[in-house]
Design a protein around this ligand. Structure first.
Ligand code: AR6
Length: 355
């Protein structure tokens, strides 16, 4: 069920289904369509010829042939004509129909390129918005599929300009010079600028067939962080600090105290059901830092509560890296939309959370 934004070549992914941004003939073309046909081989074209084309907003499925995926789902995005010709609805329909087709074929993972955002001219920031919103809505009621939004190497990943400049300013104000380098816009990399969460990183890397990016050692897994503690006697924070609980006990406790169900919580955290079951069934489960943060976001914890939950797993938020500062920015602004947080992390070349 989690959604991950990743960077790379979609033809290399080990997922059940790869989505192709095709044209209505389904007989191949440029862009990602050309890459997919080249990677899959001649037999793909033979099967495509039997499909009778495809309408804009619709999707059809074929085998994956020489690609590492089982299926290729061909969808036809709208050509951008200014935005008042049903483009958002048609684009959303491409994502929905592709997800439905994948579900009919029992796919448990699917990768999308940014449909329509190349040759068809859909502005990238708007195309990403439609992609994220549609996928988010779908997976809320279908938690048995992992979705990857693949941003190609040459693409620029756009987020809301004001959010970008606010976060950038916040990083500049909080990241000590010694850690900063220059904080100009970075090309998002394949989660290489990973903070502490090696396991989650490896999960994403493992869907790439040729491991193009090197798997580097994780940074230190525990960051010491001392902060002047503000104590509220009845607060969740002091409850957590006084309980000496394991992460999974603490998590289940907070879920109850917030009156949430497990399902509401793991969905909001962008965490898969499988991952959550592991946490639930193992009192000594050792989560990655990004997992803990995903739950802190889902539970809408404030900064002190987040630090307390992180401590149960041996982590902390500090000002020594951009990842932590970006998380802090969202928490102190009370913005708990994990998808927006992930888009921002990705934009700044950081690992995303959840999974
Ligand atoms: N992996 C991931 N993304 C890719 C790849 C790749 N290998 N190659 C390109 N992209 P486009 P459209 C990105 O033009 O706009 C074709 O000729 C690309 O950077 O492939 O829907 C068809 O036959 C961009 O962000 O598709 C149609 O005629 C995104 O994929 C027409 O283009 C989509 O760009 C469809 O145009």
């Amino acid at each position: 069920m989690p959604v991950k934004i990743i960077r790379g070549d979609i033809t290399k992914l080990h997922v059940d289904a790869v989505v192709n941004a095709a044209n209505s003939s389904l007989l191949g073309g440029g862009g990602v369509d050309g890459c997919i046909h080249r990677a899959a081989g001649r037999e793909l074209l033979d099967e495509c010829r039997l499909l009778g084309g495809c309408k804009t907003g619709d999707a059809k499925i074929t085998k994956g042939y020489n690609m590492p995926c089982k299926y290729i789902i061909h969808t036809v995005g709208p050509v951008w004509r200014g935005g008042h010709n049903n483009e958002p609805e048609l684009l959303a329909s491409c994502y929905r129909k592709s997800l439905e087709l994948a579900a009919e074929h029992d796919c448990t993972s699917i990768a999308f390129p940014l449909i329509s955002s190349g040759v068809y001219g859909y502005p990238k920031d708007k195309a990403i918005r439609v992609a994220m919103d549609t996928v988010k809505e779908y997976i809320f009621s279908h938690d048995d599929i992992d979705v990857y939004i693949v941003v190609y190497n040459r693409d620029r990943f756009e987020i809301d300009e004001k959010l970008y400049s606010d976060v950038n300013e916040y990083i500049n104000a909080n990241l000590p010079e010694m850690y900063s380098g220059s904080i100009t816009e970075q090309e998002p990399r394949m989660n290489r600028d990973i903070p502490d969460d090696f396991d989650d990183y490896y999960d994403v890397m493992s869907i790439f067939s040729d491991r193009e990016a090197s798997v580097s050692e994780p940074l230190s897994s525990v960051q010491e962080y001392s902060t002047e503690k503000i104590s509220f006697d009845d607060s969740l924070e002091s409850m957590l600090d006084n309980m000496d609980e394991s992460f999974s006990d603490a998590l289940l406790h907070i879920i109850d105290s917030k009156g949430m169900t497990d399902v509401q919580c793991y969905k909001k955290a962008n965490i898969s059901r499988k991952h959550f079951s592991k946490i639930r069934s193992d009192v000594n489960y050792r989560p990655g830092k990004s997992t803990v943060i995903a739950f802190a976001i889902a539970l809408e914890l404030n900064l002190d509560e987040t630090q307390s939950l992180l401590r149960t797993a041996g982590f902390a938020l500090s000002h020594s890296n951009k990842f932590d500062i970006i998380i802090e920015y969202f928490i102190i602004h009370g913005t708990y939309d994990i998808f927006q947080i992930n888009e921002t992390l990705f934009k700044f070349g950081q690992a995303t959370i959840g999974g």
